[in-house]
Design a protein around this ligand. Structure first.
Ligand code: GUN
Length: 299
């Protein structure tokens, strides 16, 4: 029987632990965990994500602040907002929703966030800590941290002797995911659009992680029998079978056929997706504990 990895359930248990940690910190120190989310422009998908992050932060008992800036915001205005959030002691986590409108340069903005408030784990200090094997003092990008928690739910903490293949090499996901797997002793290959014979590389994986952004690209014959498959893709495709103009979400893995071959697989929706917000809350409560000089919880 194939195990369908339940990301909703795993996310709920992270959120429960976050609530306990946030309430404990507030009871002991009077510090209320604070998260500021910054969104620029009117991209509807980004507004949906940011709304969900704000609601979850409130549910966790955080002080949840949203800064909504117009699509015409200048680089300087955005930089000044980040600076003021850096200096605001009531804010422990800062997230600037990506992508930014085209006229803005995201990299200097991300790098101007104080590393200890960089709950996206995108600052070079946090990326560097992960790359050098320091998983204790930095902040780890939320989606890979969540995906790794799902991998651990199947394989435990030590991935010695297992081959892991990550398809995708972004700073937000592929690179940190590969680092996390390597830190857990897996033998890791980072594959991408320029990889020769991607299907046969994927088929060598005991743990196959797909983050390519192409609907159902990973087919059953890319999957090693008995593998664990983690699908990070979220793609909206037309679904005329549901009625005219309807759509549905699919991952980067052809789920129906791949689930016959895999031993464990994440569905879309309900797999990695719910973990991202949960790990954002986890990072924020970790940051708040550190700012208060308290030992942070582990997730
Ligand atoms: N846009 C899509 N995913 C993310 C994320 O994890 N962090 C940020 N900042 N923007 C995103």
């Amino acid at each position: 029987m194939t195990t369908v990895i339940d990301g909703k359930k795993a996310a709920t248990s992270v959120i429960e632990a976050v609530k306990v940690a946030a309430a404990g910190l507030e009871a002991e120190t009077g510090v209320k965990t604070g998260l500021a989310v910054v969104i620029v422009g009117d991209d509807p998908a980004s507004h949906t994500y940011v709304g969900a992050k704000g609601r979850m932060a409130k549910e966790c008992g955080f002080n949840s602040i949203q800064h909504t800036l117009s699509a015409e915001t200048s680089q300087g205005e955005l930089a000044r907002l980040v600076q003021s959030l850096n200096e605001d002691a009531s804010i422990h986590g800062i997230l600037v929703q990506l992508p930014l409108p085209k006229h803005l340069n995201s990299e200097p903005i991300i790098q101007s966030i104080r590393p200890e408030k960089d709950v996206d784990g995108l600052h070079v200090v946090n990326a560097g800590k992960l790359a050098t094997g320091d998983l204790e003092t930095g902040l780890i990008s939320c989606t890979p941290a969540g995906a790794m928690l799902l991998v651990r739910s199947i394989h435990g903490e030590d991935l010695s002797g297992l081959n892991a293949v990550v398809i995708g090499r972004s700073n937000l996901f592929g690179k940190p995911m590969a680092q996390l797997l390597l830190n857990a002793n897996a033998t890791v290959t980072t594959a991408h659009s320029r990889t020769k014979d991607l299907a046969s590389v994927a088929k060598g994986a005991d743990i196959l992680v797909a983050a390519v952004g192409r609907p159902e690209m990973v087919k059953a014959d890319w999957v090693k029998p008995g593998a664990t498959v983690i699908d990070v893709g979220v793609n909206r495709i037309d679904a005329p079978e549901r009625g005219e103009g309807k759509s549905r979400l699919v991952g980067d893995v052809a789920y129906a056929e791949a689930s016959d071959v895999a031993a464990a697989i994440t569905p879309v929706p309900g797999g990695v997706g719910p973990m991202t917000i949960a790990m954002l809350m986890a990072n924020t409560v970790i940051a708040a504990h550190r700012a208060a000089g308290r030992k942070p919880p582990k997730f």
